[in-house]
Write a protein of this length. Sequence first.
Length: 602
Amino acid sequence: MTGRRVLRGLGVSQGIAIGPASVIVWDLPTVTRRVVAVELVETEVQRLQDAVAAVRTLLEDLRERTRQRAGREEAKIFDAQILMLEDPDFLGEVETLIRENQLSAERAFEFKTLEMRALWSQSPSFQLRQRVADLTGIQVPVLNHLVGKSLQAALKDVAARPAIVFTRELTPGLTVQLEREQVAGFASLEGTRTAHAAILARSLRIPCVMGLIGGFEEVRDGTEVILDGTHGVVLLDPTAEQLAEARAAEGLRQELAREMDKVVSEPAVTADGVALALRGNVDLPEELDSTAEHGAEGVGLLRTEFLILGRTKLPGEDEQAAFFERVAKRFPAHPVIIRSYDLGGDKYPAPFQSAPEANPFLGWRAIRVCLDQPEIFRTQIRALLRARRHGDVQLMLPLVTQVEEVEQARELVAETARELRREGVPAAQDLPVGVMIETPAAAVLADELAQRSDFMSIGTNDLTQYTLAVDRGNARLARRFTPHHPAVVNLLKQIVEAGERAGVETSVCGEMASDPISAFLLLGLGFRVLSVAPPTLPLVRWLVRQVEVRGAERAAEGALQAATTSEATEVIEEAISHYVDLELLHAGRLPGVNSAATLKSP
Ligand code: PEP
Ligand code: MG
């Protein structure tokens, strides 16, 4: 074989899969030009309606299969596609194209969906761009139905043993249609960690790599493949040595998984008896169930920007109140910390239009937007006060840099509570307000901020970015983006001490807490509350149960004294190795947790 032997992408579902490649071309079919005679136009409209009805039935069937195999929340992924096929405006426009331009059903449907695709895929909104996958989920099957290409023919019998499926775009439909016995892993050209198909692959525990850089032209049906869904690497025609290594790594991962399973319902208490609270970071409603099932003690960060996913308008008060209530009820007796919209910077959903800025990360974003557009902020606060009747709902402010921002936000909360009382709307009268410490300014002012806040939570993704002047989204700088940099470690120490002085809870909700090695450092620095990405909850819990605080404290002292990042990391790893097998720990680590690669933004 010529060409590349290693393909790289984004690991979106952990684990190593070994097997023959199967390239599935389940793509948009070629639609030929055909003018429809005027008297046959209504027949053509009927063909469209029949195809839409058939695909809707298929999607309903897939939704049911997903419910059985993955869960209720995951099954909802198909709702958006089914809704699109039921949208009278969208279908009406396709029918108009048939009637007025005498286009064939497939041509009209192709025209309309390609137009939407172009619009969405060029949108500055990450969320709208992500919805392109939903569009593909209806576009491909409807067009294939109309041109007479059958689904089953495309899903050819892959191989005698489970295959690694390569496809341009992995849709949720394709993910569930392939039986577990047929598929060992997935690799696709398009997609990211938060794509619906990625969520499904994780739920179904199928290793998956998305966003393969440079395509997969060299892959043929039957090419032997090792797919590493943890590190986002695909090896073609591996050597015997590579196969042995991959099997050993997967063996370690599975051993670790068994260890983690043993402690899944145990508390996160260190070997020397210190308890930690582990909460979950929730981005998508689909992640709620798995967060609860992984034993999260509440939600430490709910990124409300994700509520706007694929919307053209901001969600209203009732919808937000209902969602916050649902989250609160999913975690009774635990805090549910809801962050007000963190818009701007890297987060531009469609309904949030703002003038282009030269430096969006230093621009009109987060709390600045909330305070400057109080009507948007007030709607969130009203929803939060209403939901607080059902649980320990709290408000968290992103990207605070000034004391006045906290004061103004608290004033707005008090005013809004009075407004609800005047209106006779059932709602709580108080709402704890906390700040995110995400900038050097906030870190230095932590004493002042702590006095005016009910809690502090450190967003280490942004704190690292702003302290080190390293763009968190710039892959070229990924190695420089590290919270083990002595400057960041020292700021973390100052913040936790400020929290202790003021007696307010100080937690970490940045991705740093999701990495077991960094979590050990945080424990040593004095943090007792961490909020982590739900898939990493079992690993962080397992680690906490293996280690002792006194060892973590020694590691933290070393890291605080270190002159360089590598020195700090070395000290931490050396200290950890007294408690756990580092190789085993590394086998379970999600790569890029501390780099830009997996940082989520809508
Ligand atoms: C952070 O900055 O660390 C954080 C948790 O917020 P986000 O990643 O959403 O910016
Ligand atoms: Mg942030």
